[in-house]
Structures are given as C-alpha cells and as structure tokens.
Design a binder for this molecule. Structure first.
Ligand SMILES: Nc1ncnc2c1ncn2[C@@H]1O[C@H](COP(=O)(O)OP(=O)(O)OP(=O)(O)O)[C@@H](O)[C@H]1O
Length: 242
C-alpha cells in the first residue's frame, strides 16, 4: 500500500454561532487506511464528515486531499476527486429501483446510459445487491438500503469512503454482513472512515480509532488502547468499557 496521504485535516474547525462543533482537529490518513470515529452524541462526528466532504465550509483550518487544499471546493467537486459518503438520513430515492439509484452516480462519471447501467450493475454485485437490482429502493430492507447507500458512493468511483453510522438499527447478523462488506472494500484499496456507535464494530475492525468529545479529539490509537483510556471511558462511556 502506498504511504501517500489520502486525506488530512489541519486545525479543522466549525463554529455554529457560539458553539464550536469541531475545534482545531488534526489528523492524517494514508491511502488504504481504515479509521473509526467514535464519540458521544453531539461530539461533532457528522460535522467533521460535512467539513471533509464540503457540505459545510470550515470556520478555520483546511482539508487536504492528496496534497491539495480542497477546503474551498463544493461537495460535487470533492465527489469528483474521489470523496464518497453515506448520510445518517438515507438519500436513496425510494421510488426508483436499486439499479437506477446507482446509475445516477455512474451516469455522472460515464455520461452514457448503457455504460452507466453496466457499471451500476457491477457495483450492485460488489455490495451484494445484484439480485435486488430491479426492486424499488423503498421496499428494500434497512440492511439492503445501507448497502445501496454505499453503492451510490462507489458509483462515483470514490477512493475515500466516509460511512456515517451505516450499522445503526441493524441486527447482529446484518452488522456482521456489513462489517464484511466494509472489510472487503478496504481490502480492495479504499481509504475508509467510519462513524460508529457500536463498540463491537470498532473492535472488529481492529484499526485506528479516534475519539471525539465536544468537537475535540480526546484519543487516537488502537481500539484496545483507546477504549481503555480513562478519559474516553469517562467522556464517552460514562462507565467501564465492555
Ligand atoms: N447546521 C447546524 N447548525 C447548528 N448547530 C449544528 C449544526 N449541525 C450540528 N450542530 C451542532 O453541532 C454539534 C455537533 O453535532 P454533530 O451532528 O456533528 O454530532 P455527532 O457527533 O455527529 O452526533 P450524533 O452521534 O448524535 O450524530 C451538536 O451540538 C449539534 O447540535
């Protein structure tokens, strides 16, 4: 795996009036890294994603992608550079089929309908949804919709994938399946950032974790190290880590 920096935050800050949702965050990811981001409700995790993918302009600091400052770029421009994401509130178009949902993104990049359909089908297969291609997205199960969200991000040929609580509401078997999918995408070379509340998932990934609290990073390291850090236990868990 190359050690080139895929994505970095430099003093990244977002203020909403008097509230600092993200305050002076610094981290750097190499291509092919997998990073979990945890923290209590309101810690600033989704705001961090919004800063990285351009939904929010930063109040201060910079977002660096492959060595280039992309802080002033719009979300679509960042998507074209390879930043793909899912949203906490699904953006799948429920009246369209799974295939059509993925084709929209594929079409943006390919510009020809037949090529977009072929690419979208390939992606549905990659996320395990090929058999559901012609089913309306609104009738998919929650777990399938999460896969579809991921497929929509992949359709934009992303090299960095940001997943915002894709496991929320899934049962254990479904969580295990999505963990498998994320591992597979990571093994294929994607750089992956995962916002996650389920600590079993964070442990399962066995990769770097950063912990946010009140917009700041309070810990950074392996799951074992981070989840036994007294500051994390107090701030995040409010009790002894499982
Ligand atoms: N557009 C906004 N305008 C004003 N305040 C906001 C906005 N977006 C987020 N906030 C505030 O910023 C803080 C961080 O919110 P954020 O959604 O990033 O937290 P989070 O860690 O993702 O929480 P959760 O785990 O509940 O999703 C919260 O206090 C939230 O109310």
């Amino acid at each position: 795996m190359s050690d080139a920096t895929a994505l970095a935050a430099e003093n990244l800050t977002k203020r909403f009036g008097g509230l600092t949702a993200v305050g002076g965050l610094n981290f750097s990811l190499r291509r092919g890294d997998l990073l979990s981001i945890i923290g209590p409700n309101g810690a600033g995790k989704t705001t961090l994603f919004n800063l990285l993918t351009g939904q929010h302009p930063p109040s201060d600091g910079r977002v660096i992608h492959e060595g280039r400052d992309i802080s002033a770029l719009a979300p679509e421009q960042r998507a074209r550079l390879g930043l793909g994401r899912t949203f906490q509130i699904s953006k799948t178009l429920t009246s369209m089929t799974a295939l059509e949902n993925v084709m929209i993104g594929a079409f943006l990049h390919r510009g020809k309908l037949a090529a977009a359909a072929e690419h979208a089908m390939h992606i549905l297969d990659r996320v395990g949804l090929a058999r559901r291609a012609s089913v309306r997205a609104g009738t998919l199960t929650l777990s399938e919709r999460r896969r579809l969200e991921i497929a929509r991000a992949l359709a934009l040929d992303c090299s960095v994938l940001l997943l915002d609580e894709v496991m929320a509401g899934l049962n254990q078997r479904e969580v295990d399946d999505v963990i498998g999918l994320v591992r597979q995408l990571h093994a294929e070379g994607l750089t992956v950032l995962v916002i996650e509340h389920n600590l079993k998932v964070v442990r399962a990934f066995e990769n770097r974790v950063i912990v946010m609290d009140f917009g700041r990073m309070i810990a950074d390291g392996t799951p074992d190290k981070v989840l036994s850090d007294p500051q994390v236990v107090e701030a995040y868990l409010g009790k002894k880590a499982e």
